[in-house]
Design a protein around this ligand. Sequence first.
Ligand SMILES: *[C@@H]1O[C@H](CO)[C@@H](O)[C@H](O)[C@H]1NC(C)=O
Ligand SMILES: *[C@@H]1O[C@H](CO)[C@@H](O)[C@H](O)[C@H]1NC(C)=O
Length: 228
Amino acid sequence: MSLPPRQRSRAFRMFTLCSVLLSWFPGSILSAVVTLDSIEIFKTHDWLPSKPTVYFQCKGENKTSLPDVKETHVSYAFKGEESWQPLTEFSNKKCKRCGFYEEDIIKSDEFDEWEFCPSDFSDPDGRYKHFKDKELNVTFLCPDCVPLGSDVSNHTTVSHNGEKGMHVALVITISAVISSLFIIGLLVAYKYWQKRKREQEHAQFLKLFEEGDEMEDELGLGPLSGVI
Ligand SMILES: *[C@@H]1O[C@H](CO)[C@@H](O)[C@H](O)[C@H]1NC(C)=O
Ligand SMILES: *[C@@H]1O[C@H](CO)[C@@H](O)[C@H](O)[C@H]1NC(C)=O
């Protein structure tokens, strides 16, 4: 099967477009784990002088207690492998409402609550610092969030990771299938259009022929009259 050059270039353009669109999808199917890198609290909210129980929570998710964080003005650093890690996970670009709180008998007190977004991890090392005056200073770590939050321009770095490489392969397969289907659809449409055109031309030709016959009949000329 061969396509005329114009159709061929259109099909190629569509193929390119499909591939580019699909290459954005790895970002949306990734799951990026967020761990706590360091935390320092500047005050406690208890009236009575007691050790605070600090926890992290995102809306709709479970609490993560930080058993080690007991003193104010002490910077606690973590390895990311502690039993209570990770803090949360991002499965797409959407932000979550999260915060650090202090457990209390009556009602939890808030250190800070904010919109926690994958795009916050704009540092190439995957770190994000969150600071609130007189309350806390936190550093989060999420290397997988960096390609999630940023643009397509960073996609060349994606294939370094095995898991992401698989996503890329999947995307290539999907785009190949979609483009093949699209090209087949285009071919079918083109063939149909060609057939329709041929039929129309044929009908027009027949009509012309009939009209010619009628005219000759009206003039009383037989088909052979010209010859005699
Ligand atoms: C949240 O906690 C409940 C009960 O402890 C547990 O069954 C569930 O798996 C937890 N969910 C997540 C996302 O960790
Ligand atoms: C917050 O903590 C980080 C890491 O411990 C530190 O580098 C930074 O200077 C701290 N910022 C403030 C304002 O305390």
